[in-house]
Design a protein around this ligand. Structure first.
Ligand SMILES: [Zn+2]
Length: 239
């Protein structure tokens, strides 16, 4: 069955740890340790993948992903997207290869750097998540039950973030992580990550070592889309 998943981001003006943590109550699984991954890293990985949103399976992009930027007049956002694509390719190729395409029709992922009304006029199914909300970013991904992402869009609200380019760059990094298959957010304060539910200020405008490690793990050749936690545990012990 094909499903649609919307993950949004609330950015507060400052880090408010402890505020509304009911959203993030997380019962950690029994610890599993890998060769290169600590038990804490694996637990956090599970929170933002397997345990996120209740799907219970590993969700990933296919090996080759094309990205189209929809009508962006924000040169610095376009450049940052190119920089992220390059960084992720260096990190994950050939297990994941991203490329920007000039043709919208051929694009797997569409990136909107625009205002909410413009985004919703093209992606109306996001309206219930965005309208009347304070969400400044969104990832809307389509995926199969087998954990294979087959398309989607990301949105950075350029109108409501105004001239705060650091915040915009942070949201871009955050939504790209969602699009890769990190469907959830982490409540652990142990790691510095763009996937914390609330943005930490000053805004992170690059991926942390932890974020890169999480990407390496999700796109490790031994990890497959659709893996259950039990299957993942068996494999990750050797990674
Ligand atoms: Zn998010």
């Amino acid at each position: 069955m094909r499903r649609e998943l919307l993950i949004w981001l609330v950015v507060l003006a400052s880090c408010k740890k402890g505020n509304d943590l009911s959203r993030g109550i997380y019962e950690p699984p029994a610890p599993v340790t890998g060769k290169n991954y600590s038990a804490a890293e694996i637990t956090s990985f599970k929170q933002i993948t397997l345990k996120a949103a209740g799907y219970g399976v590993i969700t990933r992009m296919p090996r080759e992903v094309s990205i189209y930027i929809v009508d962006s007049s924000f040169g610095y956002m376009n450049r940052e997207m190119d920089s992220i694509i390059s960084e992720i390719n260096t990190l994950l190729s050939p297990n994941l290869v991203l490329r920007r395409v000039p043709e919208r029709s051929a694009a797997f992922l569409q990136a909107y750097f625009t205002d909410q009304a413009t985004y919703l006029s093209e992606q109306p199914s996001a309206a219930p998540s965005l309208e009347g909300s304070s969400h400044l970013g969104l990832a809307k991904m389509y995926y199969e039950d087998e954990g294979i992402i087959f398309g989607g869009s990301i949105f950075v609200d350029m109108a409501r973030t105004g001239s705060d380019s650091a915040q915009q760059l942070f949201i871009l990094h955050h939504e790209i992580m969602h699009s890769l298959g990190f469907l959830g957010h982490t409540t652990s304060t142990q790691f510095y990550t763009v996937m914390f539910y609330y943005a930490v200020t000053p805004f992170m405008t690059d991926y942390s070592d932890f974020d890169r490690k999480m990407m390496k793990l999700l796109y490790d050749p031994a990890i497959r889309s659709g893996m259950t936690e039990g299957e993942f545990d068996e494999v990750v012990k050797g990674l």
